[in-house]
Design a protein around this ligand. Structure first.
Ligand code: ADP
Ligand code: MG
Ligand code: MG
Length: 536
């Protein structure tokens, strides 16, 4: 009835407004926030092995280590050198040459204030030989030697400094127990097999997320507990711009909750079929497939097979970049290990799955071929849109037929990449043979700079409108029948505890930095060569 329409409107308005909320509103709410004292200090010996994690991978750790270095005259040059090298790496054309010259003058001249005088042996030799002609080849060695240097004395000194103490305070704060009160909840965005996904906002930072709720009793009844834990473990392990990352895992009385990047631009299936013209513009297809390819390569590099590649599982964020989502079918298969379990969606499953042969990562490239085809033609290669056809017939066509390219939008490189991904034998399939058949090198991607794409530096060809909710009307998600007729026991409780690990360090630390909480709670004032904390 009319009330339903109004409810939907109100929910949409609240959701859209939350996304545009003013950061200063949240600042008021956290004025009283102070970092806790760290417990359980670890010995230096165990820490030395963790340089990468402490100073490179964890965003807050990285920031604090850099602040330590730049506030220390001895290490200032090393820190600035690495910073400027990063700028150079992603610069293009003239500015790249300018930065190159600047790096040589600033860090490689013995009479310069920032000369990298700490380098010895091969590093020092490389530094001495560096010129504009051999810059690209030699600079890598100097960078490595610099990092090696930082891992030594500077790192040990850092571990004794107030900066590292601050890091431990953040780590203590990171361990806080997360519950429903930590978030505001907004409208439902979608529905999954064990419950709904809704939009959420962290109360004290304003950060928006999507929360996938898994109904505990429903999970138990349908035997999904083990799979839910597997999905959570895979999600927390990945850290990629092209995969929906996990920020928190927690529980309440009725649900297990996975809090992930909010993708408010809708899924690609919706964009292919539900927005008037069927299919997508070619520049968008190339951009999305390039990002998806990076996502798949990231998973494969961690020995994870996705197994559910299809446009429906690719979600767009507010800027128009896409990420893979729904890792519920993903499996971890260490090198050499294979499975033959039938898994995936009809129309996207590779011949080797359908024949119940042993497989590994090859199945994702097949499904990617099907997905490119679908983005162009708004149908699958072996199944027409809404065609009533038995699964066995789709299987027969998948095993026997060649894809047809009747749609006018197929151009040569697109046809070619699809044909290569749809090779029935895995040894001929793009992405699957051992020796250098990197899909990123295919002519289909000739306009994509993957170095830039991988750090989010390529502008999306299409941006979702900020005043539109790219999700089905809320009323379509109503009448969720919740199974209440199973009892939960101690074993279930143990499993729920194992699942509810709270904040995921890298993603959480990013949130603290991006929302300004880090700078607020943490300002070190650097005066002269010493340092002191702002609030002491
Ligand atoms: P299931 O594994 O149970 O199918 P999904 O992970 O596919 O659950 O989520 C169900 C639906 O919720 C998706 O189809 C999508 O519409 C929506 N959804 C899932 N994750 C997000 C997200 N990160 N941001 C926005 N919407 C999402
Ligand atoms: Mg799903
Ligand atoms: Mg799933």
């Amino acid at each position: 009835g009319d009330l339903g329409v109004l409810d939907n409107l109100v929910a949409n308005t609240a959701y859209l407004r939350a996304q545009q909320s003013d950061r200063s509103e949240f600042r008021r709410r956290r004025l009283s926030l102070a970092l806790p004292k760290p417990k359980n200090l670890k010995s230096q010996e165990t820490l030395v092995k963790q340089f990468e994690s402490l100073c490179e991978q964890q965003p807050i750790g990285k920031r604090l280590f850099q602040t330590f270095l730049t506030s220390n005259p001895q290490y200032f040059a090393a820190a600035r050198f690495l910073e400027e090298l990063r700028d150079w790496r992603y610069a293009e054309g003239v500015s790249r040459n300018v930065l190159q010259k600047k790096i040589i003058n600033k860090f490689c001249q013995t009479d310069s204030r920032n000369f990298l005088s700490f380098l010895t042996g091969e590093g020092a030799e490389a530094l001495e030989n560096l010129s504009e002609d051999n810059f690209e080849e030699v600079i890598g060695k100097i960078k490595e030697a610099t990092t090696e240097f930082l891992k030594g004395k500077p790192f040990l000194e850092y571990l004794e400094s107030p900066f590292y103490y601050k890091f431990l305070q953040w780590k203590e704060y990171e361990k806080q127990t997360i519950n429903d009160k930590y978030f505001y909840e907004f409208r439902i965005l979608g529905k999954g097999g064990f419950g709904e996904v809704c939009a959420m906002q962290v109360k004290h930072t304003g950060q928006m997320y999507a929360c996938k709720k898994l109904h505990k009793r429903c999970l138990k009844k349908k035997g999904g507990e083990r799979l839910a834990l597997l999905e959570k473990r895979i999600l927390e392990k990945v850290n990629s711009l092209f995969i929906v990352n996990l920020a928190y895992a927690y529980e309440n009385k009725t649900h297990l909750c996975l809090v992930m990047d909010l993708m408010n631009g809708g899924d690609l299936k919706f964009h292919i079929y539900d927005l008037g013209t069927r299919g997508l513009r070619m520049d968008r297809i190339v951009y999305y497939i390039a990002q998806i390819t990076c996502g798949i390569l990231h998973l494969h590099s961690m020995d994870i097979v996705y197994r559910d590649m299809k446009p429906e599982n690719v979600l767009l964020d507010g800027k128009g970049q896409c990420r893979l989502s729904d890792l519920g079918l993903a499996v971890e298969l260490p090198k050499g290990k294979t499975v033959c379990q039938k898994a995936g969606t009809t129309g996207y499953m590779a011949p080797e799955i359908l024949k119940q042969e042993y497989y590994r990562t090859s199945v994702d490239w097949w499904a990617l071929g099907c997905s490119i085809y679908e983005m162009v033609a708004a149908r699958l290669p072996f199944k027409d849109l809404r065609e009533k056809v038995q699964n066995s017939e789709v299987t027969r066509r998948t095993l026997e037929d060649a894809p047809k390219f009747e749609h006018k939008n197929f151009n040569e490189p697109t046809k070619d990449i699809i044909i290569r991904f749809l090779k029935k034998k895995t040894e001929y399939r793009l992405g699957c043979s051992r020796s250098g058949d990197d899909p990123r090198k295919h002519a289909f991607f000739k306009n994509i700079n993957f170095d830039h794409l991988e750090v989010g530096m390529v502008e999306p060809p299409w941006v979702p409108k900020s005043n539109i909710v790219y999700a089905k009307d809320m009323r379509e998600f109503k009448d969720i029948s919740e199974e209440e007729d199973v009892a939960l026991d101690a074993k279930d409780e143990t499993f729920f505890k194992e699942f509810s690990t709270g904040a995921v360090p890298i993603r959480w630390q990013k949130e603290m930095i991006e929302t300004g909480v880090f700078d607020e709670l943490n300002c070190f004032q650097i005066n002269g060569h010493g340092y002191e904390t702002a609030k002491s």
